[in-house]
Ligand binder design. Structure first.
Ligand SMILES: [Zn+2]
Length: 372
């Protein structure tokens, strides 16, 4: 039986990783390569002249009047975790067949679960930022799907409120071999598909879809539409025109169900889909994924816990935006108005209570009482 070249390619093994990066000097060299592959460049003045010095064993760079370290301006800056922990986490997430959950990271890294969760989400956010400007062109197969998970009330499947609609689009060769993939959480409406086409499809492109009517709106963006009415279900999955996207969706389902017991699909679907999309893009270069990801993380700014936990605007339903968290300006403004209204109400209640209270005893009253 012929071996799949992608599945059986050599990756970056654990012994090799530990041999290559076991001393502080090796990590310093790694961080230099990630942060400044062409040599030092000042983050403020973009000059290359600098001097180096150490303070508390830590290497610093001095340029003009600005001092920075190897982690300044990188995602590692806001983290208390040591760089070897970050490197091991990136290795586990990228080199394992179906990635790892935060629970597995916790066990492998010897950290608390919230730390592992935050670390994983920061790494997934780096991947999402890298994959966000993904453009597909030429022949593109597309299909609609749902991420469905159990929630605490026990409902599962399509009845579960913990589900997110998304579209999977796969750019293929003319022979139908998959090249690039784009996974986008969004409802299946004409307006939403048109927005997807504007963001992720570049003409000349032909979108190959099943009978779902909303896909025809790509015509308005100069994208050709090839529609195959298959009847849905298994007939659609086995249709020769959707070989690449059906395989991608099958692998996605296996990967997610095998790795995660449950996660908040509504809130974090975009990151989990970005993880799958990123690994798909890098699948031919398994050995170099860790280094590429590390370089991307070095070029991504620090992330606060609040911004990682805040859900983003990814799910639209008509004119209503489905969001969570307080990262939206209008939501913050609404909360501020509510607070001001509450304060005004309290003020009014206090004022009315003051009017109803009997007049306070003045010095004259006391004097009168004393005389009588
Ligand atoms: Zn400078």
């Amino acid at each position: 039986m012929a071996q799949c070249k992608v599945q059986y390619q050599p990756g970056l093994s654990m012994p090799e990783l530990f041999d290559s990066y076991s001393s502080p000097e090796q990590f310093e060299e790694l961080m230099r390569r990630w942060g400044w592959p062409q040599g030092f460049v000042c983050p403020r003045c973009e000059g290359t002249w600098h001097s180096e010095f150490r303070r508390d064993q830590r290497l610093y760079f001095q340029c003009c009047r600005y001092q920075c370290s190897l982690v300044s301006g990188a995602i590692f800056e806001s983290s208390k975790l040591a760089l070897p922990t970050w490197l091991l986490a990136m290795h586990l997430i990228t080199q394992t067949k179906n990635s790892v959950s935060a629970l597995e990271l916790k066990r492998h890294l010897g950290v608390f679960y919230p730390t592992a969760w935050l670390l994983k989400h920061k790494i997934m956010e780096v991947m999402r930022l890298r994959e966000d400007p993904r453009w597909l062109t030429g022949r593109v197969e597309v299909d609609d799907a749902h991420l469905v998970g159990e929630v605490q009330d026990g409902k599962s499947g399509r009845a579960s409120p913990n589900k997110v609609p998304f579209i999977a689009a796969v750019q293929t060769t003319e022979a139908g071999e998959a090249e690039l993939m784009c996974l986008s959480p969004r409802p299946f409406t004409k307006e939403s598909i048109k927005e997807f086409a504007q963001k992720s499809l570049a003409a000349p492109a032909t979108l190959v879809s099943d009978g779902l009517w909303c896909f025809e709106s790509v015509n308005e963006c100069g994208i050709l539409h090839q529609r195959h009415v298959t009847g849905g279900g298994r007939a659609s999955a086995k249709h020769p025109s959707f070989g690449a996207v059906s395989t991608a969706l099958g692998n996605l389902k296996t990967s997610l169900s095998g790795t995660y017991h449950a996660f908040a699909f509504q809130k974090y679907a975009h990151r989990y889909l970005a993880l799958v999309q990123y690994l798909f893009k890098q699948r031919f270069n398994l050995r170099s994924i860790v280094m590429r990801l590390g370089r991307a993380a070095s070029q991504t700014g620090p992330m606060a816990m609040r911004s990682v936990r805040a859900a983003e605007v990814h799910c639209r339903s008509g004119a209503v935006m489905c969001t969570a968290g307080f990262n939206l300006p209008w939501l913050r403004a609404l909360a501020r108005i509510g607070l001001l209204a509450l304060l005004a109400l309290i003020h009014m209640v206090v004022a009315v209570a003051g009017l109803l209270r009997p007049n306070p005893i003045t010095a004259d009253h006391l004097l009168t009482n004393r005389v009588t």
